[in-house]
Write a protein that binds this ligand. Structure first.
Ligand SMILES: [Zn+2]
Length: 243
């Protein structure tokens, strides 16, 4: 009886805390800690995927930079380049916010070099989801990925070395690299939906082992996942993203 009562209390406790947790709000604030209300749609979008595994407050700083925006997981800060056109700013913030969400969901494993293709792929998909251009981006990402696959520049051995894969010889970003990362996320999403994609990221944070998490959430080893990924790009890239 005592055990049963204990179990009841525990489940009641969990229930209460999860109810409280879902009520958590997300705020974007500026340097002066003033709420940036125009970013509420970004916050709502992030809540759909991350639920409560997302920072409750994110500071957005605007700085003159080199055209690149940045995120800092230790302080939940986004630094956006002043040069980003106003119409693009919220989408870029959605991209950077997705990185911050993954930092929380994976306990920072998303920042490990070999997982950056997942990190950038996911953030880029969120950016285009914010712009309501998911379908257009999917098609473009698959086309670019197919091109890289055809020239032998797509595979885990390539993307695990993210620094080399994502930059050209003069240090500029290879735009196809983000599309290639996104194509892998799209394959996982098509296989297991949002729930399993989220479970996969959570598991990756626990294991920090790509293959182990692939096996436990998607029942694929490394070789099978790579084969599936390439097949996905060939089928969807040739015949249209929604064939
Ligand atoms: Zn990014």
């Amino acid at each position: 009886m005592r055990e049963l009562l204990g179990a009841l209390l525990i489940s009641f406790g969990l229930c209460v805390s999860s109810e409280k947790a879902t009520a958590k709000s997300v705020e974007f604030v500026d340097e002066q800690n003033l709420q940036l209300r125009h970013l509420e749609p970004v916050a709502r979008q992030m809540k759909v995927f991350f639920r409560d595994e997302f920072p409750t407050k994110i500071r957005v700083l605007s700085k003159k930079g080199n055209g690149l925006s940045k995120f800092d997981c230790a302080t939940n800060t986004i630094v956006i380049d002043e040069a980003v056109p106003p119409t693009r700013k919220s989408a870029v913030i959605a991209h950077e916010a997705a990185h911050l969400g993954l930092c929380q969901l994976t306990y920072g494993a998303n920042l490990k070099t070999e997982f950056r293709f997942l990190d950038e792929g996911f953030a880029t998909l969120e950016e285009f989801r914010f712009l309501r251009q998911t379908e257009k981006f999917r098609e473009r990402a698959l086309r670019l990925s197919l091109e890289q696959l055809k020239i032998g520049n797509l595979g885990f051995d390539r993307v695990f070395d993210w620094r080399a894969y994502s930059r050209d010889s003069s240090g500029r970003i290879n735009s196809y690299s983000y599309a290639v990362g996104a194509s892998f996320i799209m394959m996982l999403f098509d296989r297991g939906g949002e729930t399993n994609l989220r479970r996969f990221f959570t598991d990756l944070g626990r294991t920090e082992n790509f293959e182990e998490s692939l096996k436990s959430i998607f029942q694929m080893n490394l070789m099978e996942a790579e084969k599936e990924w390439k097949r996905f790009i060939i089928n969807k890239g040739q015949f249209g993203a929604f064939s």
